[in-house]
Design a binder for this molecule. Structure first.
Ligand SMILES: Cc1cc2nc3c(=O)[nH]c(=O)nc-3n(C[C@H](O)[C@H](O)[C@H](O)COP(=O)(O)OP(=O)(O)OC[C@H]3O[C@@H](n4cnc5c(N)ncnc54)[C@H](O)[C@@H]3O)c2cc1C
Length: 440
């Protein structure tokens, strides 16, 4: 079979890899000048750094397997995570049950209740019972008002901004359950990172697709999916901004966000289109500071203090060897705003000025001359908003147009989106296209 793939992120490349591995022809078109999509990298201090911080959980077995199959298994390391919570003007350790017991901003009874409930969630497989209740309601009712205000509300606001009180408990279950499901009892959390970088994993995947007889293009924006009589037959693509050219295929797999897909796709029936249009996303805005010394001792710091203008601080080099980046210390300051928000549109230099005074709350010694350089990235379509009853709204991978498939992050549920699930979905949808085409 000949399959055209729109998007050279985790899902598109995994689909192309799976198809070519099985002896079929796949051609991947990526609009950006690089592969990897949301998990792409750029050069910093002689190394490759993700535009948005990235790591793997032990439950991310599909991604770990792909890394292995690409011959990069030796590069994947599992490192102890150092997690903290910034609350009440100080950093609290927040990695183990003992840390929770020592977290005095919550009364002892609330700490015990929170710990027990979290433990029970980690043991609960039946996530369906959480589908129709918001995380805000559930955590308030079962973990207490104080735990909600101090822990969960800041966490939900951090990830979903103004939509924080609409998020389904099924989403929060996924975060809590999967994070520990494959960890051995009482073992400290370890996070995975390919030392060659996520960007390199996806570049190597692109090379493997070519070695297996496929083709991968960057700077190749798909303008239109061609269909006739309800059957997808090809793509109209502009390479390097040039005139659009037509390519013919037996099947098409689109991995773009839903709002891009509705623009590219031919006439879609109203009910399917309505599902696509009901998908809402937040963007990610990342300010990356390259420092000459560390900001804190934590890798992952949740900021549960709304007076600070960022919701998370990920100090990459508190987990990954800084010698990969010329000895520099790398800190991501992160937010998930709406595209219409002021924060999203702010000029990078202005945003940096806004952030700098608050870094002294994290480390009183911080001074702006620690900053060697900074980088700013916006990632659109970064986080689908998972509301109550979300499962019933997910569009099928098989679209109503024959031989046209959709595999994007809105279809990942109840798990939270991640490279692991995009890889799994990309490979699954590739097999689906083969099956429908009578191939294997
Ligand atoms: C800040 C941040 C932190 C994250 N942290 C983690 C983490 O720690 N661990 C983890 O596993 N995951 C993490 N993720 C999530 C992970 O990166 C994504 O879920 C995953 O990479 C999505 O892959 P995808 O292929 O489904 O989508 P995308 O990566 O969005 O790929 C879609 C591709 O389609 C391309 N495209 C769009 N329109 C067109 C067109 N018309 N023609 C051609 N190409 C087009 C886009 O340029 C893009 O490259 C993070 C994401 C963000 C934003």
């Amino acid at each position: 079979m000949r399959v055209g793939i729109i998007g050279g992120g985790a899902a598109g490349l995994a689909a192309g890899y799976e198809l070519t591995r099985r002896g079929h022809f796949a051609e991947v078109f990526e609009a950006a000048p690089f592969l990897g999509g949301q998990a792409s990298t750029f050069p910093v201090g002689g190394g490759q750094l993700e535009r948005g911080y990235h790591h793997l959980f032990v439950s991310d077995t599909d991604m770990a397997q792909l890394i292995e199959e690409l011959g990069l298994g030796d590069s994947l390391e599992w490192l102890e995570s150092k997690v903290g919570l910034f609350y009440g003007g100080r950093i609290w350790d927040f990695a183990t049950p003992l840390d929770l017991l020592r977290f005095t901003p919550l009364p002892l009874t609330q700490r015990i209740r929170l710990g027990l409930r979290t433990f029970l969630l980690q043991k609960t497989r039946n996530w369906r019972k959480f589908e129709d209740v918001t995380a805000a309601e559930w955590t308030r009712r079962h973990m207490g008002e104080a735990a909600y205000r101090v822990i969960w509300e800041p966490m939900l606001r951090g990830k979903f901004g103004d939509y924080y009180d609409q998020v389904s408990m099924a989403w929060l279950w996924g975060k809590i359950y999967l994070r520990v499901s494959s960890r051995k009892r009482m073992e400290k959390e370890r996070l995975g990172y390919p030392m060659c970088s996520f960007g390199t994993v996806f570049d190597v995947c692109g090379e493997r697709i070519a070695e297996q007889g496929g083709r991968v293009h960057v700077g190749a924006a798909v303008r239109r999916i061609i269909a006739s009589d309800g059957v997808a037959t090809g793509l109209e693509v502009s390479l390097d901004g040039g005139e659009a050219q037509t390519y013919e295929y037996d099947a098409i797999i689109a991995t773009t966000p839903s709002y891009v897909f509705t623009r590219l796709a031919p006439e879609l029936p109203d009910d399917y289109r309505a599902r696509l249009e009901s998908a809402r996303y937040l963007s990610a805005v990342l300010m990356i500071l390259v420092l000459d010394r560390p900001l804190s001792s934590k890798y992952w710091l949740n900021v549960a203090d709304r007076s600070l203008p960022f919701v998370g601080i990920i100090e990459h080099t508190n987990m990954i060897d800084r010698n990969l980046y010329g000895g520099r210390h790398i800190v991501y300051l992160t937010n998930y705003p709406d595209r219409s928000s002021e924060l999203y549109r702010k000029e990078p230099a202005d945003l940096l000025e806004e952030f700098i005074p608050h870094l002294q709350s994290i480390n009183p010694d911080f001074s702006r001359d620690w900053i060697v350089e900074y980088h700013h990235h916006r990632v659109d379509g970064a986080q689908p908003i998972i509301g109550v009853g979300y499962g019933a709204q997910i569009p099928d991978h098989r679209t109503p147009v024959q031989h046209l498939y959709l595999a994007n992050t809105t279809q990942i549920y109840p798990e939270d989106r991640g490279t692991n699930y995009s890889v799994r979905m990309g490979r699954q949808v590739a097999r689906m296209a083969l099956e429908d085409g009578g191939a294997s």
